[in-house]
Each structure stands twice: as C-alpha cells, then as structure tokens.
Design a protein around this ligand. Structure first.
Ligand code: FDA
Length: 393
C-alpha cells in the first residue's frame, strides 16, 4: 500500500465514508478504521432499516454550544441532496413518521451505496488498522498505525462519539483534538433512556402511550415507554439530550385528550364509576393501576366519580398533565444513540470543518459538538459535515 496520501480519513463510519469520494477528487485518499467492517452503526441504525435523513431537517433540530455553527454545512448539503443519491442508487425508501426517511429494505444498502461511491472515486480503505500516534510534520501529518506509517497533507477525523463502546466507539477524536490544542465540550450520553431507582416502573414495563415531555429548554410530543430500568421511547430519548443530572422532567400523560369535559360529563351520567375505571378508558390500564398506588397519598383513584368536586377533578387533571419526575440518571453510553458535546466548534471553520489553527486537519460527524434530534438528523449532520470537508479538500 502507498505510504503517502493526499488525504487520510480516520473512521469509516457515516461521515468518513461519505467524505472520501469528495476528497478523492483532489488526490489519493485512504480511509482507515480499526473495525472489521465499515459503517457498522449505519448497519444497526433505525432498527436495521437506517433512518438516513429527515424531510424536515433544519438548524433547530441540532444541539450544541453554538446554535449557528451547523447552519452553513446543512444549507449546502440538504436532506434532499442525500435523498437524490439514495434515489440514484436505486434504494427504495419511505417516510415512517414525522419526516423520518427509512430504507424499505436493509440499512446495509446505505453502507453499500457509500462504499461503492468511495471505490468509484478511487479512494481506498484499510480496515482493522489501529492508529497509534498522529504527528504534525512539515507538510502535513504522519500516522503510526498497526499497518505501518503513513503521511498525508490532509487529515480528516471522523471517529464518531463514545456511544456503544461495544461496537468500537472510542474517544479518539477528542484525544487528537486536545493534542492539537482544540477545546472539548464536556461529553455526555444523548438520545438515551432515563433510569429510576428501585425499579420504580418495573411493574409496568412495556406500557407505552403518546405524551408531551418537556423541561425549561425543550418540549417533545411523541411516544413514551416504561421500562424495567425507567423511561424510554422517542419523547424521552429526545428530552434526554436537553437534561442535566438532578433536573426534573415534566410529562403530560393526557396530551391531546380533553379529559376535563369527559370527566365532568361522566360524573353526571356514570357517577358510581371509580375514577380509576374511567381513567383506564383513556389511558393504559396498567399505568392507571400503577398511579393508583404511586399517588395514593395525594389522590384516591378508587373513589367514585360522583364524589369528586370540580376542584378535586382539576387537581387530578393538573397532576396527569404535569407529572414531574426526577430521573436518577441515564443508561449512559452503553445504549445512547449519540454523544453530546465533543470537539468545540469555536476552533473549526463552519464552511469547511477545518481547524482554524492547524491547516489540513478536519473534524466531521458526531465527534463535533453538534448533536441532532432523534429521527435521521444525526446522519444528516454526518453527510453535511462530510460534504463540507470533502469539498474543501
Ligand atoms: P460513526 O460512529 O458512524 O463512525 C465512526 C467510525 O470510526 C467507526 O467505524 C469506528 O469503528 C471508527 N473508529 C472509532 N475509533 C477509532 C479509532 N481509535 N481508530 C480507528 N477507527 C476508529 N442516526 C440517525 O440519523 N438515524 C438513525 O436511524 C440512527 N440510529 C442509530 C442507532 C443506534 C443503535 C446508534 C448507536 C446510533 C444511531 N444513530 C442514528 C446515530 C448515528 O449512527 C451516528 O450519529 C453516526 O453514525 C455518526 O457518524 P460518524 O461517522 O460521525 O461516526
């Protein structure tokens, strides 16, 4: 294998694979990865069907210290640009919900599309290659790897975040960034289930319902799922990216239901009915059973509807529509879909993703302090940031 390259990309994930064909237009390009196969997270994404982008992707769907940084790359490579490539590759797709686009078939079709584009552009891949050291040299960089030393003019770091260490996720990008004087925004697990002590929801594990979940910084209307360890489901994963340890999360269990009118009307016509029986007609029965016990000190859901004053009904509705819970933590990187924080955008040029201080050094994809919501936004960031760097090279 050649030892000198115009561009070396470390990380054959979504961003690295996508950047390679663009970089290859400027000169010989090599993609290095320590894993056996490229694009493993793409393969497992979206339940095996890869939610590769979102029809409604816009800057507000991304979290990071600088709310403007990602605008440039996303504007210059939009979700429709990626859809065009998917169409050209003959991959059938569909919208599942909320603009989320999935493959009709397997997510490996996306990996194949990326590796085919890479090969057609003349870029090469070196898998199962560990990078031991990165050194800046006079006209670029030297990499000491398990397969020998390589030099390059441009070095692209696309080794992703820390989520799912079992799949080979490492903090490599942050180490390289620090080595070259870049600041790291503290990293945390994002898009991750919440945990609660003492198996608080274990008895209703598996119950799910549509809710609105919010805190001071964000609000999401999607499904919520009770689990053995706590709370999960799309709405919880979304709010987890805006959560700080120790904070409360608010949950509207009756979102979209006009329960006030219903309960008052039923009190007239079905006064002998128990509150819990009536609630079970609108909410999952197992959840109502659980709440009957959990809220017993404040609300007696075994009482009859007829015995409820307007004030009592309003207090109950207030509790159902703003249930405040304080998670003890999250499931962490073990199950997190993404890593919040990362290489600070302060040190990067938003148009090219190149370091402002080390010419030829680029950071793209999840390792950068730009994190998307659940729903195809993280891949869109991988494509857009890769495109920005690849085109600049
Ligand atoms: P990515 O993680 O894809 O690639 C990094 C690569 O670098 C890997 O190949 C890794 O082996 C390699 N690497 C790491 N350390 C290295 C080292 N030290 N030396 C050499 N190589 C190294 N997003 C979305 O938009 N839609 C979805 O459907 C999903 N679904 C989903 C499911 C699950 C279970 C997870 C965990 C994540 C998702 N995501 C998602 C998030 C999405 O997968 C993620 O944001 C992108 O893959 C990030 O792309 P990157 O290329 O930045 O990193």
């Amino acid at each position: 294998m050649k030892t000198h390259w115009h561009t070396i990309i470390i990380g054959a994930g979504a961003a690295g694979l996508f950047a390679a064909p663009y970089a290859a237009k400027a000169g010989a390009t090599l993609v290095i990865d320590h894993a056996k196969k490229p694009g493993e997270k793409i393969r497992i994404s979206g339940g095996g069907r890869c939610n590769f982008t979102n029809m409604y992707a816009e800057p507000k769907n991304f979290v990071g210290q600088n709310p403007h940084f990602h605008k440039s790359a996303l504007a210059r490579f939009s979700q429709w640009d990626f859809v065009e490539l998917v169409d050209q590759a003959g991959i059938a797709w569909h919208e599942k919900t909320l603009g989320q686009l999935f493959c009709d078939g397997k997510s490996t079709q996306i990996v194949e599309m990326l590796t085919t584009r890479l090969a057609q552009a003349g870029a090469e891949m070196s898998m199962e290659t560990a990078v031991n050291a990165v050194t800046q040299i006079e006209d670029g960089f030297r990499l000491d790897t398990s397969k020998g030393s390589f030099t390059c003019q441009n070095l692209v770091i696309s080794t992703g975040g820390k989520s799912i260490p079992k799949m080979g996720a490492t903090g490599f990008a942050y180490d390289v960034a620090r080595q070259f004087g870049h600041k790291i925004i503290e990293t945390n697990a994002g898009l991750v289930p919440f945990t609660f002590p003492d198996g608080r929801f274990a008895s209703i594990s598996g119950v799910s319902l549509p809710v609105r979940v919010w805190n001071d910084r964000a609000s999401f209307e999607e499904a919520m799922l009770f689990t053995h360890r706590g709370l999960s489901g799309p709405s919880i994963l979304q709010i987890s990216s805006y959560w700080q340890p120790g904070e409360a999360v608010h949950i509207d269990l009756i979102h979209g239901l006009d329960l006030r009118e219903i309960l008052r009307a039923q009190r007239q016509s079905e006064g002998r009915r128990q509150l819990s029986t009536e609630l079970s007609r609108h909410l999952p029965g197992r959840l109502v059973e659980h709440l009957t016990t959990e809220w017993a000190g404040r609300f007696d859901l075994t009482e009859r509807l007829a015995d409820q004053s307007d004030k009592a009904l309003d207090a109950l509705l207030g509790q159902l529509s703003d249930w405040e819970v304080i998670p003890s933590g999250t499931e962490g990187y073990r199950t997190a879909e993404v890593t919040l924080g990362g290489v600070s955008t302060d040190g990067l040029d938003s148009k090219s993703m190149m370091s402002k201080t080390i010419p030829g050094l680029y950071f793209i994809g999840e390792c950068v302090d730009v994190t998307g919501w659940l729903g195809g936004f993280n891949f869109q960031w991988a494509w857009a940031s890769a495109h920005a760097a690849g085109r600049h090279i």
